[in-house]
Design a protein around this ligand. Structure first.
Ligand SMILES: Cc1cc2nc3c(=O)[nH]c(=O)nc-3n(C[C@H](O)[C@H](O)[C@H](O)COP(=O)(O)OP(=O)(O)OC[C@H]3O[C@@H](n4cnc5c(N)ncnc54)[C@H](O)[C@@H]3O)c2cc1C
Length: 398
């Protein structure tokens, strides 16, 4: 680590190779750090069938790193996000372009880019222990009995972060948002739905549904609905895919027929998971170790912005470690610069979630009335949530 562009010598262990981890590892490797990236899985069950919407702020990070073309070619671009209510009435169109990309493809392409830049990726390494060795090093212990050492440890291991639990044992646990999310892929007749380059969102009566026709006859979709009683990931995974899709179709019976058509044509695995958020933590770091991305601040998914927020974090933390003489100074500066942004996103996500599927008709009517104005205003203001743009990459000397 350095602030004078001399060669840094510190070894960094990054835990978690989802989205934040590979971007952070790549940035640090480019800044001269020696980076080991540890990932619990070879392939995660949660990745199955689900895609993320990569917002413009996330794409800006990829562009700044020269990765946009190779990563985004795995995804499907949409030129607008179109909103309709449960009666099928078109409410508004947000002309913000966006890209949907399968989670596994995104993570895989980012891992490949990171290893291409010299990051050492270790899969099937689940962190279970983290100890300060007393001489300024960290000792990491993995489920398979292996150990590793590092000068700096950065936890990018998601909402149920082991790094957070081990580093900040008093930090509050993630809380269930009352939402169950699902995602999948369907095959329908090519003539039934046009490939229109739009990401369609429907405020259903009992659930929120989004879909994009990504190629003739192929639809990617997601669904979010409220379930008061929390079911674990394992409990949800036990349900047969076809039964789950059929239950979702039934839930959307009062909504536009296209939703049931898509759900009844689901092919392959259907992803589903209980959605958690991480309450605000007092701090994101201890000594020379920190958490970032979802591990530090998982927000409700209603803005479709968590992945992009993780990429922002990765870029900003790498620059902070480059600029500040010690890791704790870098972490303090990073937290100061990021807390406001993260809190604003969490608030906006919660507000968006609250108006998605209200029970009362009056609340739905107000939502339908306000949405076009809110979107117009958002577009005029440059859509605050997506407005982050990374500063220029530091020029390396020597
Ligand atoms: C239903 C739903 C829909 C969403 N939709 C969107 C969307 O459309 N757009 C968007 O931008 N965001 C979306 N998000 C949020 C987004 O998925 C997260 O914000 C994003 O994945 C965070 O990235 P991350 O790398 O910080 O964490 P993760 O993607 O969760 O990655 C964490 C990684 O750490 C690994 N790991 C976990 N524990 C350990 C351990 N002990 N040791 C080693 N490795 C470990 C995991 O296997 C994983 O690879 C959604 C979230 C949900 C729940």
């Amino acid at each position: 680590m350095t602030n004078d562009n001399s060669t840094p010598s510190r070894r960094v262990a990054v835990v978690g190779a989802g989205i934040t981890g590979p971007v952070l590892s790549l940035c640090l490797a480019r800044l001269g750090f020696e980076v080991d990236l540890y990932e619990a899985y070879v392939r995660r069950a949660q990745d199955v069938g689900s895609f993320v919407n990569l917002a413009p702020n996330g794409r800006a990070v990829l562009e700044r790193l020269g990765l946009a073309d190779r990563i985004l070619e795995q995804g499907r671009a949409a030129s607008s996000v179109d909103f309709a209510n449960h009666r099928g009435r078109e409410l508004a169109r947000n002309p913000e372009s966006t890209t949907n990309i399968m989670r596994g493809e995104l993570s895989g392409a980012l891992r490949e880019a990171a290893t291409g830049d010299g990051v050492k990726l270790h899969t099937a390494k689940r962190l279970v222990a983290l100890d300060e060795s007393g001489d300024g090093h960290w000792r990491l212990g993995f489920e398979d009995g292996a150990h590793a050492e590092a000068d700096i440890v950065l936890g990018c291991d998601g909402v149920n972060s082991a790094t957070r639990r081990l580093l900040l044992p008093d930090a509050p646990r993630p809380t269930y948002t009352g939402v169950v999310g699902s995602g999948g892929r369907s095959e329908i007749g090519a003539a039934e739905l046009p490939v229109d380059g739009r990401f369609h969102m429907v405020f259903g009566l009992r659930g929120f549904f989004g879909y994009q026709v990504v190629s003739p006859g192929v639809v990617w979709w997601f669904e979010n609905h409220q379930e008061t009683r929390e079911r674990t990931f394992a409990e949800l995974a036990e349900i047969d895919d076809a039964r789950w899709a059929a239950a979702l179709a039934d839930r959307h019976r009062p909504d536009p027929a296209v939703i049931r058509r898509v759900l009844n044509a689901a092919t392959g695995p259907v992803g589903r998971w209980p959605v958690h958020e991480v309450p605000p933590l007092d701090t994101w770091h201890r000594g020379d170790a920190a958490v970032l991305g979802d591990a530090a601040h998982a927000v409700a998914p209603h803005l479709g912005a968590g992945a992009a927020l993780g990429m922002e974090d990765a870029y900003e933390l790498a620059l902070a470690l480059h600029r500040h003489p010690t890791a704790p100074q870098a972490f303090t500066a990073f937290e100061e610069s990021r807390r406001g942004r993260v809190a604003a996103m969490a608030k906006q996500a919660r507000q968006t979630g609250a108006v998605m599927t209200p029970d009362r008709w009056i609340a739905r009517a107000v939502r339908d009335l306000m949405l076009p104005m809110a979107i117009k205003q958002g577009v005029r203001k440059g859509t605050e949530a997506y407005s982050y743009r990374p500063s220029p990459w530091p020029v390396q000397v020597g």
